[in-house]
Structure formats: structure tokens, C-alpha cells
Design a protein around this ligand. Sequence first.
Ligand code: SF4
Length: 322
Amino acid sequence: MTIHDQIHQTKHIFGPVPSRRLGISLGLDIIPFKTCSLDCLYCECGRTSRLTCERQSFFPPQRLLDELKAALPAIPRLDFITFSGSGEPTLNSDLGGLIAEIGQLGAAPIAVLTNGTLLGRADVRRELLGADVVLPSLDAALGSSFARINQPCPGLDLQGMIAGMEAFRREYAGRIWMEVFILKGINDNDADLAALREALLRIRPDKVQLNTLDRPPAYPGVESADFTLLESVRRRWPGLPVEIIKRAGRREEIPAFSLNLENSLLNTIRRRPLTLDDLVALTAKDEDELRRYLDILEREKKIRPVIEGGHIFYRLWPSGEN
Ligand code: SF4
């Protein structure tokens, strides 16, 4: 069974999808489209239509639990059930109850993608304690850059938010994977990078994941960072567990990707579908490097990831499926 046969798309559930950060992930969307406490320049879902910091109940939570219970029996294996979507999940005041109920199902670990803006609130931090991984964002630790990049709802206090992230680290035994979006010419200068490093050292996340623009941004004029820039940020943040999760977009970004290597990868995958681990073992390439090659081949519609028997395999696209 491929991902395309088994994908669930209901009002609140999407997937499972192969996710770079979370493996095989079933997405839960608990917020109306583009209801968010930020209006980020780079948002890939478009501009925020409802900018708010007010939490509320958006729908009866039992509805999502019923959808989930109906979907789970048809899904062989999940790495995560993930609160994500096109708005900020912590704005839903039923989040804590949902995490507790879903945790009781024991179907998969729970992840929450959040912009971190409400972590200054003790009730939000308490509600997140039941999650297995929390993935907050932090793109700026200087007020002026935060205002420019994230265009927060009025009254949102950046330093209170960072202090909330520090408090969450103390209170929470699960994993915190922090995402930082680097935008060329905006937060890649010395002052921003030094302030971000200092904040991240205080927060002490388990991982710092560097990302940048991958799709058209909500606002024009925002520039993506290339791998060289992201590597330089990594070098400038010693003492932090930094990894680069940006997807490779164009061949020119990875000059090492030769035609020979492409043919050898395609021939290997043609013989039988392979997981990333298989390909790492077969090619003796570093996992990050290999992912970049696979990104290019995926983008060029030469291969595609499919979920089979609870694993993500790469297959030729589309004829390789037959
Ligand atoms: S926090 Fe996320 S959903 Fe909200 S505007 Fe920023 S990128 Fe978009």
C-alpha cells in the first residue's frame, strides 16, 4: 500500500505523510486556516487572516478524536501524531485535553509544532507536558528583527516568550527541537546571530534545526539562505546541537551532485525501492548529503517517497510504482 492509497484527509486529520523532521507523521489541524499569533514574512500558507494571541475552543474536541479513532486502524505504523497545520496550535484551548486523550490511545508519540509565542503562559506550558516532542520556532532574539520577520500580534513580548521557553525546558522532560528560519539579509547579521545564540544557549533545546524558505513566501522580497550561509551560521554557533534541515532546491546548490551519481542512485532505486538508511549503507554517503540529492530528484519528479509497511521508501516516479 502506498501513501497515496492510505492518505487520510478529513476536516482535522491529514496524512500520514513522510516528514523530514518527524518520519511518518499523521497531521492534526486544530486551528482555522491562518489564525495565528504571528504573520511571518516567510509563511508558506500565506498571510495571517486572523492575528490573535487569544486562546479559544474552535470546535468540539470529540469530533477530532472520533476522526482519529476511525483513521488509526487503517494505518500500520506511525512515527508521530503531530499537531501542525496552517495556524498556531496552542491558540486552541482544548490542546491539553486533546494531547491527554490521544496519549491514552497509545498509537504513536505526540509532537507539537508551535511558534512558541504562548510559552510565556504557565497554562500553555502545562498543557504541552503530555507531548513527546515540542518543536518551537525562534527566528529572532532582538525586538526589531522579531517585529520585522514575525509581525506579532500587538502586546506580544519577545523577552517574555524566550523566558517562557527557558521555563519550559526546566519543566518538561520531553525533547525540544527548536527551528530557526534564516532569511538572507534580514537575520543573518552579526547582531542577530549573536542574540539568537545567546537565547538558544539559555533555552537549551535538544536540537536546533536551521531552515529557510522552500516555497513562495507570504510577502515578496524575502530571500532564502543557501547552504553556504546556513553552514556559516552552524559554525558560528559552537556549543549548540545545530542541524540543517533546509531542502535542496536547485542542482546548482550542490555542485557535488554529478550525473554519474544521479544515474547510480536512479539505477539502484529502479531495482528495488529503498529507504534512506539502505541508501546510506549502499552509497557510503553522509545522510545529510544524500538527503540533498534525494530532494533534487524528488523535486524533478524522478523519485518519490512512499510509505510501505510502516517505512518510508524511495521509488521511481511515477512508472516505478507499477
Ligand atoms: S507562525 Fe507559522 S503559521 Fe503562523 S505565520 Fe508564522 S509560519 Fe505561518
